[in-house]
Design a protein around this ligand. Structure first.
Ligand code: AMP
Ligand code: ZN
Length: 471
């Protein structure tokens, strides 16, 4: 199995630290808002990686954190805690905000058929472990305290920019451009391990005692604490989105390796961005789309998963409503073809042939998770003339253990095209189609929603559409 390792910038053969098992850490969401579908793309990628490892026979222990404290707006110390900012806006406590969006996140990833990681741990549940690492860093001279905070001294850690390839000099230039509020900070690129309740953090609601005064942890230390606690150090695989390479992951490595004198993780994998109108989808921008918005428009979460799988995780994916419509059509057509297999007459096909197809599938997914090729092969299988329906179903089930499209269940649950459609529904559907053809997608979406509320689902084919009554 080959994986592209950001650390070495090469595709490498995967060799686990312990034979037969994989220790795997994924950076989780900051729960101050709903996850957007860009965030969810990153979790789908991590899920496909977990499934591929399991397909290869590995026992996977996967840990994910939930950031519910300390993640500031922007990388500078002058930012506000995202959780507390949102809590003030919603007139709730930060704990309530965290509980609400954690639940929403878990429901989204379940809708996308992601497997649940073995452990999901909130940052606020591991404050003691975080303090213990900071103590170690202080004792070893990697950290220092000022009136305002405890910082990690980046110049003390050699190879600080190894993951990103960014030199400390460049990092420093970037850091200098940010507002540095603490004059006692030794180096602008030093990052906070612990914030004290002073200055603009004086009224921080979430706070804990520590040897350096009452305060709260910086963002990065939670991942060092949670990964080390549950997976040990080093562990095999660490994942996240590419925006985490330069700061969050670079800082995780510095903290953990300085504290324990061992590498943090062997393979670092990063998912590329989901874009919208050529810009990164971001929680802080107004351009963000949630899974609920897709569902409200009548799209299946699994059709979004299908869309994600059509692009390799290391390539950017530009989201558009048309591309989601396209993925929905492809997914539904696939389900229809699979549904047809259940009622097809039994024929026999050669086992060698099936074996060769399975080998091709393994070759694709083991080549740094080439899901576009794996999907193409899935289509070849369902369309193949020489395979028996039974053999096809077996292969579909097998491939789906990696793709996670829930194909067999969804195929059997497909609503059948209904002949007795009320005239009003037909009229609305026709009106929607006309709006769509005219390029008025907004109006077409409103009509789709209206039809959905009345219990009907529209599926667009190449040059027509069908109306389905929801069961
Ligand atoms: P956050 O909740 O902001 O901490 O981000 C959660 C995960 O989503 C991180 O791994 C980010 O790297 C990733 N992420 C953020 N924006 C995008 C995007 N537009 N496309 C894909 N992944 C993203
Ligand atoms: Zn992290």
């Amino acid at each position: 199995m080959k994986l592209f390792n950001t650390l070495t910038r090469t595709k490498q053969e995967f060799k686990p630290l312990k034979k037969g098992s994989v220790s795997f850490y994924s950076c989780g969401p900051t729960v101050y808002n709903y996850a957007h579908i860009g965030n969810l793309r990153t979790y789908i990628f991590a899920d496909v990686l977990q499934r591929t490892l399991e397909y290869n026979g590995y026992k996977v222990k996967r840990v994910m954190n939930i950031t519910d404290v300390g993640h500031l707006t922007g990388d500078a110390d002058s930012g506000e805690d995202k959780m507390e900012k949102e809590a003030a806006k919603e007139k709730k406590t930060p704990w309530e905000v965290a509980a609400f969006y954690t639940k929403a996140f878990l429901s989204d990833v379940e809708d996308l058929n992601n497997k649940k990681p073995s452990k999901i741990v909130s940052a606020t549940k591991t404050i003691k472990d975080q303090i213990n690492i900071i103590k170690k860093l202080m004792a070893k001279g990697y950290a220092y305290a000022t009136e305002q905070a405890v910082y990690f001294a980046v110049s003390k850690f050699k190879n600080y920019g190894a993951l990103s390839g960014q030199s400390l000099k460049d990092k420093l230039t970037a850091a200098r451009a940010e507002v540095v509020e603490d004059k006692a900070k030794r180096n602008a690129a030093d990052f906070a391990l612990w914030f004290k309740l002073v200055g603009h953090h004086a009224n921080h609601i979430m706070h804990w005692p520590s040897p350096w005064g009452v305060g709260f942890p910086g963002w990065h230390i939670e991942c060092s604490a949670i990964s080390t606690k549950h997976l040990g150090q080093p562990f095999d695989i660490h994942t996240g989105g590419i925006d985490l390479i330069g700061t969050h992951h670079t800082n995780e490595i510095a903290q953990s390796e300085a504290a324990f004198d061992k590498p943090l993780a062997k393979y670092w994998l990063h998912g590329e961005f989901l874009l919208i109108d050529k810009a990164k989808m971001a929680k802080s921008d107004g351009n963000f789309i949630t899974l609920q918005i897709l569902k409200d428009k009548g799209f299946l979460p699994l059709a979004y998963r299908y869309l994600c799988l059509t692009t390799h995780y290391r390539s950017r994916l530009n989201f558009s409503w048309q591309s989601l419509e396209g993925a929905t059509n492809a997914y539904n057509n696939l389900l229809d073809m699979i549904a047809g297999l259940f009622s097809s007459k039994f024929r026999v096909s050669s086992f060698e042939f099936q074996d060769k197809i399975k080998k091709d599938f393994i070759k694709h997914v083991n080549d740094d998770l080439n899901t576009p090729q794996a999907l193409a092969l899935l289509w070849e299988v369902v369309k193949n003339q020489d395979l028996s329906p039974k053999a096809k179903l077996k292969l579909v089930k097998d491939f789906d253990s990696v793709l996670g499209l829930d194909l067999l269940k969804m195929a059997t649950a497909r609503p059948k095209a209904n002949k007795s459609i009320p005239a009003e529904i037909k009229r609305l559907a026709q009106e929607r189609w006309a709006k769509k053809q005219a390029g008025d997608y907004q109006a077409a979406d409103v009509l789709r929603l209206e039809l959905a509320k009345k219990g009907f689902q529209i599926e667009d084919k190449c040059d027509s559409y069908i109306i389905l009554k929801k069961s």
